[in-house]
Design a protein around this ligand. Structure first.
Ligand code: B12
Ligand code: SF4
Length: 470
């Protein structure tokens, strides 16, 4: 085995979804932020991305120096794959000399489900929440101590109040330190994601699309979302700072597209400032897409999006029923959504509209209302896109944490099914057969709308409208 000369190896697991082109189209930018911070602080760091590389993991590991720490990221639906991989990695390094690496996990699943993860015995530490504020100090401890017990002791004494780390103590109980204030307050002070440390010659070839995170946290409280809990405060970057990242993406040479997440309309001032910068910079020619709240789009914003070469706006409409939206904490007026969509379409911008099926309060009637909204909206079959997601109780979301109060029953605990394409929970407002029936209708509508075979002239409420759904 090669000598140890690597402090941290960051691993992105492949998933069942990875084979379906659309899902693995962007590199894991959370890992690239961590890599950038470690690189800045003088630690050596590499990424192993199994969504970009389909060689056997042992073959890839054989070509990498033995790391002192291996860190896995995962979502809920990739958590089982990540744990399987952790087991393989442990087996591979068992023979290594000096001692095998410390194994850590982070990300939106580990942040809330660290007890279950630590109970598997495959992960030594879960680093929860945003880690840029303490990850270098943690790696410093983990790379200077060779004994797990000594690392744990120093994490407790030196990390008190600033580290977000969970581990099993001597008695096998979970010990969790909560560094509530350790998240990065000023996003502009973070280094840009270390795209230069990501392998561009992996077996599946370089990524062609990049993720750019313009804000962390959200002022809204949607019950199906864990972002408000993962990111403790709502912050956004300056337009100039985002522009510098877009320029770096252009200069990398292998990107053909980029997506701005999570919510470009987190502040109207931010959005218009950024769009004016992009329009003014003649060198920025890549097409791009953005996730945003469409109720915040006015005539000027839609025109700027078009001038700035925005080729897709993805937006969560979720439901057209005001009662469902209000219970779901999505304070968005259906009329404003319709108006925002009209401005986007008037400027020729394709829209990807997300809807959720099975939120508390859902009935056949509320679903029909959503269908009627879609059929009467400015969305065009074939050029715009619908995505129906099944309501999914992700750890950390209110749908999971407050499920009893919300009348939500979890039907399926298999994390592989937490991909928003399986009915894993049911609200008390609808029977399971009815929920299954509207889910089938939703997917049939999605298919006929996206393929362009749906005839938009068909109006809801009529018998013909029903026929168009099935
Ligand atoms: C971009 C994005 C996507 C892109 C992915 C592109 C890519 N390759 O990154 C696309 C559109 C493909 C996508 C798809 C899906 N996504 Co998505 N996505 C996001 C989004 C908007 C941004 C992710 C991001 O980069 N964040 C910014 C970075 C800085 O944060 P981070 O990744 O969490 O990393 C930080 C910490 O978590 C931590 N950390 C993370 N990993 C590790 C590892 C170690 C070792 C350590 C120490 C720390 C650590 O440190 C990082 C820096 O602070 C998030 C929401 C959000 N704001 O995070 C949802 C989110 C991650 N997605 C989510 C979901 C559910 C999905 C889907 C299942 C379906 C869906 N509804 O879209 C699919 C599944 C895809 C798959 N492969 O399985 C959920 C995950 C919830 C969960 N518990 O699993 C999130 C949180 C949104 C939500 N609904 O709450 N997604
Ligand atoms: S779904 Fe979007 S708007 Fe709602 S809380 Fe999450 S990030 Fe905010």
């Amino acid at each position: 085995m090669p000598a140890r000369e690597l402090d941290l190896l960051l691993v992105n697991p492949a998933t069942e979804l990875a084979g379906r082109g659309a899902w693995n189209r962007e590199p894991p930018v959370g890992l690239l932020y961590i890599a950038a911070v470690l690189d800045r602080d003088g630690f050596s760091c590499q990424t192993l991305d199994l969504s970009a590389d389909d060689r056997p993991v042992e073959e890839i590991l054989a070509g990498i120096p033995v790391p002192r720490v291996v860190g896995f990221t995962c979502l809920t639906n990739t958590s089982r794959a990540a744990l399987r991989l952790a087991s393989k990695v442990r087996t591979w390094y068992r023979a290594s000399d000096p001692p095998a690496p410390v194994v850590v996990m982070g990300g939106p699943h580990a942040t809330f489900a660290y007890r279950d993860i630590l109970a598997t015995g495959l992960i030594d530490f879960c680093l929860t929440g945003e880690v840029e504020g303490f990850v270098s100090r943690f790696i410093d401890i983990a790379t200077t101590e060779y004994d797990l017990a000594a690392i744990k002791e120093r994490v407790v004494t030196e990390g008190r109040g600033t580290f977000n780390v969970a581990f099993l103590d001597k008695l096998g109980s979970v010990s969790c330190s909560a560094g509530n204030e350790s998240f990065p307050k000023e996003l502009d002070a973070l280094p840009l994601p270390a795209r230069y440390l990501h392998p561009i010659n992996a077996s599946k070839g370089a990524y062609r699309s990049a993720t750019v995170i313009v804000n962390r946290g959200c002022p809204n409280q949607c019950i199906f979302c864990s972002r408000q809990a993962l990111f403790r405060a709502c912050r956004w970057r300056s337009p100039a700072n985002v522009l510098a990242e877009i320029q770096a993406i252009h200069e990398a040479g292998h990107y053909e597209y980029y997506n701005l997440y999570d919510n470009v309309t987190v502040s109207r001032e931010f959005m218009k400032g950024l769009l004016r910068f992009i329009v003014a910079d003649r060198n920025l020619r890549l097409p791009w897409g953005a996730e945003l709240r469409v109720d915040m789009v006015d005539e000027e914003a839609a025109s700027l999006l078009q001038q700035a070469n925005c080729r897709c706006v993805a937006t969560g409409i979720e439901s057209a029923d005001d009662g469902i939206l209000s219970t779901a904490g999505k304070f968005q007026s259906v009329d404003k959504v319709r108006q925002g969509l009209a401005w986007l379409k008037a400027n020729g911008i394709p829209v990807q509209a997300y809807f959720v099926v099975g939120l508390p309060g859902e009935t056949r009637a509320t679903f029909e209302k959503t269908v009627a909204f879609i059929l009467e909206s400015p969305l065009e079959p074939g050029s715009d896109r619908l995505d129906f997601f099944a309501a999914t109780p992700y750890p950390g979301s209110a749908l999971h944490e407050r499920r009893e109060e919300l009348g939500v029953e979890i039907l399926d605990h298999d994390p592989d099914h937490y991909d928003c394409q399986h009915l894993v929970c049911k609200p008390s407002s609808i029977s399971l057969p009815d929920l299954e029936a509207i889910w089938r209708d939703a997917k049939a509508l999605e298919e006929s709308f996206n393929s362009g075979s749906l005839k938009k002239a068909t109006r809801p409420g009529s018998k013909d409208a029903r026929h168009s759904l099935t």
